[in-house]
Design a protein around this ligand. Structure first.
Ligand SMILES: Cc1cc2nc3c(=O)[nH]c(=O)nc-3n(C[C@H](O)[C@H](O)[C@H](O)COP(=O)(O)OP(=O)(O)OC[C@H]3O[C@@H](n4cnc5c(N)ncnc54)[C@H](O)[C@@H]3O)c2cc1C
Length: 382
């Protein structure tokens, strides 16, 4: 019986597990993750916005057993791609095919910056209660959403968060007393999504009186004075700082022979194969080059890549046949206040840079976003 080992039970790993289960009903499929639950990143912002508590969008990975997939909750400590073998806190595991979907973490330096009083990691679900409390109490000063470095996960999320902050403060009747700003080291809001989508976001920030501070790289946080320092010498006094760390490769990936000099895995961008036989890598733990940048770190890409890798794993076992190929197409739900979503869609592998189209925000697209989540959760863990 073929054995397939999937490292990581996030977007990429779950999409792959579901597809392999479908294509190889007799294979033994194992998913390993340190956590025993899954939720989509945007569910954190729905919690912050008061749309839905995070718990309601969270599903136990133990439900994989109902689909005939073995789940092992363990810390992966070593990956040997040559032998397709991993060491974990629960012992060693081996397989005929290995798929690495271990996501991305945050650089320690960014975590340290956000250990200051009044500062939070916007992307850390555990900090949501503290963020909510801080936004419930603020009655003056400034809230700064700061992108601490690039690349970052889900490039629109910091701007969506700034709009949520604005909405919450309006709801409390204190918006006129609180300055809201969003700072990015980049020249426009979302270079990876192109100029049109970037201008669309900038227009919505402006319409809400949210200051957009571009080309501001955070160089430090003076915790005593509650001041963010930018590389250009400017300072920004804050009452609440919502920081968005850049991404860093998971240490277990960086220390493995799979990592390129960058520390990330660089698989073939169409087949998701690595240099090792029957070893695949998908999602945020990879760097996939595009004409100008790299594929954005987003769940939709991780899931699409996971499905392609799963098809190629099935093909490896069947022998012969054509490779499945990821075409670089992807989309993003750009959420605005009032349960409205703009849909950004396109070909991120286009030769001349991302060929991306944007539809204006409406409630129907919000329903589509809800449907995306519900359909995937049902397919992967239902
Ligand atoms: C606030 C926010 C909003 C977002 N909104 C969107 C959105 O609207 N659309 C979108 O497409 N994307 C969005 N994203 C981004 C999306 O969440 C990520 O890009 C996506 O999760 C990447 O999928 P992945 O499978 O590569 O990694 P992940 O989903 O992060 O999964 C990796 C898994 O590996 C596990 N792991 C890592 N190291 C180890 C180890 N050593 N041992 C055991 N387990 C390990 C982790 O626990 C994790 O479960 C958002 C992210 C955030 C933070």
């Amino acid at each position: 019986m073929a054995q397939v080992l999937i490292l990581g039970g996030g977007f990429g790993g779950l999409a792959a597990a579901s597809e392999i289960r479908r294509l190889l009903p007799d294979a033994e499929v194992v998913v390993v993750d340190r956590t025993d639950r899954f939720f989509m990143g945007f569910a954190k912002l729905w919690d912050l916005a008061g749309i839905r508590p995070l718990d309601e969008g969270t599903v136990s990975l133990r439900r994989l057993a109902d689909r005939g997939v073995r789940f092992v909750q363990a810390e992966i400590t070593r990956i040997d791609p040559q032998a397709r073998r991993v060491e974990t806190s629960e012992g060693a595991l081996e397989a005929d095919a290995l798929l690495v979907a271990l996501g991305a973490g945050a650089p320690p330096a960014h975590r340290e910056l956000l250990a200051s009083p009044g500062a939070f990691d916007l992307y850390d679900a555990g900090q949501l209660p503290g963020i909510r409390r801080a936004l419930d109490e603020i009655d003056g000063g400034a809230v700064l959403v700061a992108i601490l470095g690039v690349p970052l996960k889900c490039p629109p999320a910091p701007f969506e968060a700034a709009l949520i902050v604005d909405e919450l403060l309006r709801g409390r009747g204190v918006r006129d007393d609180v300055r809201v700003a969003v700072a990015t080291p980049q020249p426009i809001t979302m270079p990876v999504a192109g100029r049109d989508a970037s201008q669309y976001v900038a227009g919505h920030l402006e319409g809400r009186g949210i200051e957009l501070l571009t080309q501001r790289a955070v160089s430090g946080v003076d915790a005593g004075r509650r001041v963010v320092q930018f590389g250009n010498g400017e300072e920004f006094p804050y009452r609440v700082l919502l920081g968005v760390p850049a991404v860093a490769p998971p240490p277990v990936v960086r220390q493995s022979p799979l990592a390129a000099a960058s520390g990330w895995i660089e698989p073939d961008r169409h087949t998701l194969r690595t240099a090792f036989d029957r070893v695949y890598a998908v999602g945020d733990c990879t760097v996939v080059p595009t004409a100008q940048f790299a594929l954005p770190k987003a769940g939709v890409f991780a899931a699409a890549e996971g499905e392609v890798a799963a098809r190629n794993i099935a093909g490896d076992f069947a022998g012969g046949g054509e490779d499945a190929s990821f075409d670089g197409r992807g989309f993003c739900f750009l959420e605005l206040p009032g349960r409205r979503v703009a849909f950004v869609e396109g070909n991120f592998y286009a030769e001349a840079g991302p060929d991306v189209h944007l539809t204006d925000a409406d409630e129907a697209q919000f329903s589509r976003k809800q449907g995306y989540e519900q359909e995937r959760l049902a397919a992967w863990l239902g």
